[in-house]
Design a protein around this ligand. Structure first.
Ligand code: HEM
Length: 398
């Protein structure tokens, strides 16, 4: 490729896949903003995920705690650690996300989904991010970490700010005001989460925060700072990602009316449809690592200490792994877990994300027959997650 690609310019943001195809064809290179080295072929991405000795998760910490921010509990959470530090924390939080927790949550999620869908007006344009994609995951995260359900928009703003840290390059120039906003968000979120933790210590409840406070493995528990870091991690990892899975699902249903018709006739096909949405439009497009040593890939040496983006968005369209990769085909065989990462950091919330999106779509397709776009979509700005910030849609009754 000639010149460095900028992955956040609006035309690439609106449709990054032709650029990813070029990147896959060319040798390993750097992109803007941030000068990340990008791995775009499926085999390279999986190999890097499997090799934390060379592709360290300290990369997640480095990119989410730049010097201008200084403090960010998300960056200090286990997502930015390598084994053995990561292993200890993952063991402590694992049980709080097991099958019994999902079973406990399922009826609540179904009730949330029904109530949210009932509030969507028919035959008139609404922003579906606001009306559907945000409220369901926000209600679920609220249930998990004890957030006040009337404050959904606040949590979305916090999660948006925390995921947009990666869109501010190393020479930020004009972006001083945005930096100040993000610093204020970190402080505000920390104060709020601090109050939630204090209230659960005073009055334990049957919820995940209480389970985390009480978690013990070999006599070890989570420190106050580790609890705070994990709450930040859940907010960022569990909200923005699932909102985008919902919005990509709806957009693909509008683009493929035949698929919508099949799902309406047989909702048991929704899980299969979601697997193809996750492949075709992965909400997490890239995960960051940093190299611990000089490493050679396809004849190019990536120097020690370089930020590297493992581009799942590109790997999921790699023809050598997915024949006909540029075609949305819900009859594609097999489960592709790469959208949820790979190896020791594999997404803790993957079953929950699949469950809430399935229940949300079931409720939506039970009430509405079809959906039509009602205006242009606006895309978010982040190197890691991709999805619309606005999605005007008209829902038509059955
Ligand atoms: C469609 C929705 C989701 C997608 C695409 C997604 C994707 C991912 C990916 C790619 C990773 C790997 C990060 C890495 O290797 O550095 C990850 C980790 C994680 N995810 Fe998710 N996620 C989703 C939903 C959720 C939900 C709903 C939760 C919880 C409420 C969650 C919690 C986590 C946590 C705690 C980690 C860190 C695991 C670790 O560091 O060991 N995610 N997710």
């Amino acid at each position: 490729m000639s010149g460095r690609v900028n992955l956040l310019v609006p035309e690439v943001r609106a449709n990054p896949y032709p650029t990813y195809a070029e990147l896959r064809r060319s040798s390993v290179c750097q992109v803007d903003p941030g000068g990340y080295w990008v791995l775009t072929r499926h085999d390279d991405v999986v190999a890097a995920f499997k090799n934390p000795q060379v592709f360290s998760s300290i990369g997640m910490r480095v990119v989410t705690k730049p010097a201008w921010l200084g403090h960010n509990p998300f960056a200090d959470s286990m997502i930015g650690m390598d084994p053995p530090n990561h292993t200890r924390l993952r063991t402590l939080v694992n049980r709080a996300f097991g099958p019994p927790v999902l079973a406990r949550l399922e009826p609540r999620i179904r009730a949330f989904a029904g109530a949210i869908v009932d509030r969507i007006p028919e035959g008139t344009p609404v922003d579906f991010v606001d009306a559907f994609c945000l409220p369901l995951p926000a209600s679920v995260i609220g249930e998990l970490i004890g957030l006040d359900p009337t404050q959904h928009h606040l949590f979305k703003r916090w999660a948006d700010d925390l995921t947009s840290i990666t869109s501010i390059g190393p020479s930020p120039g004009q972006e001083t005001a945005r930096m100040a906003e993000i610093r204020a968000t970190v402080k505000e979120t920390e104060q709020y989460m601090g109050r939630v933790l204090a209230s659960r210590r005073a009055e334990p409840r049957d919820d995940v925060v209480t389970d985390l406070i009480n978690a013990r493995v070999d006599g070890e528990s989570l420190s106050d700072a580790e609890l705070m870091n994990f709450m930040f991690l859940l907010l960022v990892a569990g909200l923005e990602t699932t909102i985008h899975l919902m919005s990509h699902s709806l957009r693909l249903l509008m683009e493929h009316p035949d698929v919508l018709e099949r799902l309406r006739k047989d909702t048991s096909r929704i899980p299969r449809f979601l697997e193809e949405v996750l492949r075709y439009e992965p909400p997490v497009q890239a995960i960051m690592r940093v190299t611990t040593t000089d490493t050679e890939i396809r004849g190019v040496t990536i120097p020690k200490g370089s930020p590297v983006a493992l581009m799942m968005g590109a790997a999921n369209r790699d023809e050598s792994h997915f024949p006909g990769a540029e075609t949305f085909d819900m009859d594609r065989e097999g489960t592709n877990n790469l959208p949820f990462g790979h190896g020791v950091h594999f997404c803790l919330g993957a079953p929950l994300a699949r469950l809430e999106t399935r229940l949300g779509l079931e409720a939506l397709l039970t009430r509405f027959a079809r959906f039509t776009p009602a205006g242009p979509m606006e895309w978010n700005r982040s190197m890691t997650v991709r999805g619309p910030v606005k999605m005007p849609v008209v829902a038509h009754a059955r």
